[in-house]
Write a protein that binds this ligand. Structure first.
Ligand SMILES: *Cc1c(COP(=O)(O)O)cnc(C)c1O
Length: 373
């Protein structure tokens, strides 16, 4: 009864190795559902790739990572006071010296510095600079102040972090120029005196942790800022960057022929025409959701479609499941762990036990099984 992610192991591993080889300083991002693959698997892969750091999304995720990967653990979610042991590496069973905290407010920086001075173990931090994302981070003035305060002891600053919008958003902004407007945003932010001030100390403070920059943009930055060490944080482009290596299947669990007017399902719906109800694995608990309605929106079009026995007019909604190369309709909204599809008469009906293809968002899907060849 499985929704399964199949991974072509050789192809996937080759892509991982290539990506790391083409992005010096790459930091794999291992967060959330592990991009569909599971955090534990990503941690082991990162160890195999030989990188020095992985990025977790949140503190509790460290528990999944720290025994499978033995390098530094950067936490992307900014540290905040008052979260107590939920943000305390030691309380989570993680060696505090391996954890790099992200900080984006002066009061948080002060609190961590106090902690570092009190324990005599400097706390490792990255200073996040606010970008056009407007998610977290210091303003320009506050970053300059943070760099000054970080010299008072208790902290070991490991550079500046910049989180940028996704490339697709940028592509629409930059029409003809090969360089996006966000490439120039990074350049502007890195040219702020606070960054050079921090980097002047040398060592790990020269690092700049960035996301969502193209290879070309990274090359330009490396030339323009030779004193900085770029650390691209990459999740999707690494783990899911070669979609051809990934395939998702659901199992056909049952198939029931129906005539027009037969009732079925939780809502006692009646079949709009002759066909087969296909019960397949995958439901709301896996993250399987309704797709967009199937076009033909006007009332007139719907009436015409209904007269033809059209399934869209019957309120059927497109599903992410494909049978015979065609995306099929849900016979009703997905259940918790299974879904019901309607296969119209005449279309091929797969046998019980057969696997059919499903299109999913990997970061929003929990698979029953991940099979890596
Ligand atoms: C999730 C995340 C990334 C990685 O994003 P992808 O699009 O998966 O590559 C990088 N930086 C930060 C701060 C993130 O939260």
């Amino acid at each position: 009864m499985s929704l399964t992610l199949h991974v072509d192991g050789d192809r996937w591993r080759a892509h991982l190795r290539d990506t790391v080889a083409h992005h010096p300083g790459l930091v794999p991002v291992t967060k959330g559902n592990g991009y569909g693959l599971g955090l534990h698997r990503l941690a082991r892969r990162a160890q195999w790739l030989g990188v020095d750091t992985v990025a977790a999304g949140t503190y509790p995720e460290l528990a999944e990572l720290h025994q499978r990967f033995d390098g530094s653990l950067l936490v992307l979610q900014p540290w905040r006071p008052g979260h107590g042991e939920h943000q305390d590496p030691a309380a989570l069973g993680v060696d505090p010296d391996r954890v790099v905290h992200t900080v984006g407010r002066l009061e948080d920086l002060d609190a961590l510095a106090d902690q570092g001075r009190a324990t005599g173990r400097p706390v490792r931090v990255v200073l996040e600079r606010l970008t056009s994302m407007l998610r977290h981070g210091f303003s320009g003035d506050d970053l300059a102040e943070a760099v000054r305060r970080s010299r008072r002891g208790g902290l070991r600053v490991e550079g500046v972090a910049l989180h940028l919008p996704l490339p697709s958003a940028r592509a629409t902004l930059s029409t003809r120029s090969s360089r996006s407007s966000h490439g120039t945003e990074v350049e502007r932010l890195l040219a702020e005196p606070a960054v050079a001030d921090l980097a002047s100390g040398g060592g790990p403070a020269r690092q700049v942790w960035v996301s969502h920059l193209t290879e070309a943009e990274l090359e330009v930055l490396a030339l323009k800022f030779p004193d900085l060490v770029l650390r691209p944080r990459v999740g999707t482009g690494l783990w899911l960057g070669d979609r051809g290596a990934l395939q998702v299947t659901a199992e056909v669990l049952d198939a029931h022929p129906v005539e027009r007017g037969d009732t079925y399902g939780y809502r006692g719906r009646s079949a709009p025409r002759r066909g087969t109800l296909l019960v397949v694995s995958g439901g709301t608990s896996h993250g399987i959701g309704l797709e967009a309605p199937t076009g033909e929106a006007t009332l007139k079009a719907r009436a015409a479609s209904l007269a033809r026995g059209g399934l869209d007019a019957a309120g059927f909604v497109r599903s992410p499941y494909s049978v015979g190369g065609k995306q099929r309709l849900f016979a009703e909204p997905p259940h918790m762990q299974v879904s019901m599809l309607f296969i119209p008469h005449g279309a091929p009906v797969p046998a019980v036990g057969e696997e059919i293809e499903v299109r999913v968002r990997y970061t929003a899907t929990s698979f029953d099984a991940v099979e890596i060849s």
